[in-house]
Design a binder for this molecule. Structure first.
Ligand code: SF4
Length: 508
């Protein structure tokens, strides 16, 4: 029996590789990587992490068939030619329909495949479905409390440690002038990882329908992500030791030139399997108990891992395939070209998109309140925005981005989001230092120089009035819209039309 280890299944501590000492098959298929204009750091991360995982397995005595082919089918054909009676076992692929596609490929190659459930997550499909039961609506907060009780993390008997389930009221601070978060960790890479980085740059640039990051013009920074378990553990230690204490209060803050703030940078190694959620949470709880790290920071992080991450995985599992194309507001605009270049006069989007271009990353509040928010109020089709996130971020996989982008960011389906996350420059100005140096006026909604976030915010409410006015959570904002007279509404519509034309001409 051979274990097929996919590129985001690089885990030996749990799952089939934990008690397997036989052959392992790993497949590096080029056509898969050519399908989307992926950020070169994302491809380098996956390929380098796979090859280093192969080295680790071999060092532990596993025979590893590491096949570099054009397609998965080519690799499977070669595998079954070499091992005609072999049975393959694979952990259920996270992408919708992935297990069925894999079964077909293996069957076409003349073999058989056993699919086992992914044990790395803290909540199994059966446990989630039992929790969901006949509930009309699935809310993250209810699930999160359930997970706290199930895992016992941050629990004091039946009660939450500290008396509250969440401390977000302490987590919306802005850092003082001149605040410098701890430097993000960097790593020394082996020769093969350097070769992968160079190979990706030469192999995967250009030739896509949408502008790629990986063209000559992209010029990303040097690659900086952990590709081995040791490097991933160092990232975890670094977070628990130095970034965690101020993670909570500043988790929603955005600062020009501070791309990481105090965020953990653990999503990529977690999603690849280099770390497991329980060890990440337990390391953070250890810091809480041994070093008296503030509870609001610890709880905010634990919620992301045992709550949000698990919740989204199951929402994706249950709501696909409809979720991928959900578009309940009927948004039809294409993604503005500056999402691929960062070339816009909007200081906030210019800086954050430039950071994505350079590193394949931005932190969660920039993703939600800048990138998704702007696309939402501009009217971008949710699937187009999802494709962009999927291609551009080192930690993006379909099961992660689809519920985050289509539902949370774009209010595409109404599965768990109860209102759209739409906001004007007010929010950006409150949580960032961008507006003071921007060529747009943060207080203007119409007329020359008016901030596009303001124009599109009101235009969004106006455009979607039929769908949104009856939403009880939107009552207050619609009462503000009602305060605008016809002349003002007309000026907003005109300005929105003008700004869309400018965006289409790369002049926003
Ligand atoms: S004024 Fe508007 S476009 Fe400029 S930084 Fe602020 S929110 Fe962004």
């Amino acid at each position: 029996m051979t274990i097929l280890a996919l590129g985001d299944q690089l885990t030996r501590t749990v799952g089939p590789l934990a008690d397997h000492d036989g052959r392992v098959l790993m497949i590096e298929a080029r056509d898969f990587a050519h399908r989307h204009p992926y950020h070169p750091h994302k491809l380098a991360l996956v390929f380098a992490a796979m090859r280093r995982f192969r080295d680790r397995l071999q060092a532990a005595g596993h025979p590893v068939d590491y096949r570099r082919t054009e397609t998965f089918a080519d690799a499977l054909e070669a595998h079954f030619e070499a091992h005609p009676d072999d049975d393959l076992t694979v952990v259920r692929p996270a992408s919708h329909g992935g297990a069925d596609r894999m079964r077909r490929l293996v069957s076409d190659a003349g073999g058989s495949l056993t699919v086992v459930e992914d044990e790395r997550f803290l909540c199994s499909p059966a446990a989630f479905d039992e929790w969901a039961g006949d509930r009309d609506t699935l809310t993250h907060e209810t699930f999160y409390r359930h997970m706290r009780r199930e895992t016992g993390y941050l629990m004091d008997g039946d009660d939450p440690v500290g008396g509250e389930w969440n401390y977000d009221d302490q987590n919306r601070e802005t850092p003082p002038e001149g605040y410098e978060p701890p430097e993000a960790p960097t790593f020394e890479y082996d020769d093969e990882t350097h070769e992968v980085i160079e190979w990706v740059e030469s192999e995967f640039s250009g030739g896509y329908d949408e502008p790629p990051y990986g063209g000559d013009w992209a010029d990303p920074e040097p690659f900086r992500w952990p590709v081995t378990r040791e490097q991933a553990l160092r990232t975890l230690d670094h977070f628990a030791e130095s970034r965690l204490p101020e993670f909570g209060p500043y988790q929603d803050a955005m600062r020009e030139d501070e791309w990481a703030m105090n965020h953990s940078l653990l999503s990529a190694p977690l999603n690849l399997g280099l770390l497991t959620p329980d060890e990440v949470v337990e390391r953070v709880l250890d810091a809480y108990e041994s070093r008296d790290v503030p509870l609001n920071s610890v709880e905010g992080f634990v919620r992301q891992v045992i709550g949000w991450r698990e919740f989204l995985r199951h929402v994706y599992r249950r709501e696909m395939p409809e979720l991928a194309t959900a578009n309940q507001l009927g948004q039809t605009e294409g993604l503005p070209g500056f999402y691929w270049t960062g070339e816009t006069d909007m200081a906030c989007l210019s800086d954050v998109i430039d950071g994505v271009r350079r590193r394949g990353y931005s932190h969660h509040i920039e993703r939600l309140m800048l990138l998704s928010n702007f696309a939402l109020i501009y009217g971008v089709e949710p699937a187009a925005l999802n494709r962009w996130f999927h291609a551009g971020y080192v930690d993006a996989f379909h099961w992660v981005t689809t519920p985050n982008v289509i539902e949370m960011g774009s209010f595409g389906a109404g599965v768990f989001a109860t209102k759209p996350y739409a906001s004007s420059a007010n929010y950006v100005d409150k949580m960032s230092d961008y507006c003071s140096d921007c060529s747009y006026y943060k207080t203007k909604t119409t007329g020359e120089g008016a901030c596009p976030f303001n124009t599109f915010y009101w235009d969004f409410l106006d455009r979607n009035e039929d769908e949104l006015r009856s939403n009880h959570r939107m009552g207050l904002v619609y009462s503000h819209l009602d305060n605008k007279d016809d002349e003002e509404i007309e000026a907003i519509r005109d300005r929105a039309t003008e700004l869309r034309e400018r965006a289409e001409n790369d002049d926003l």
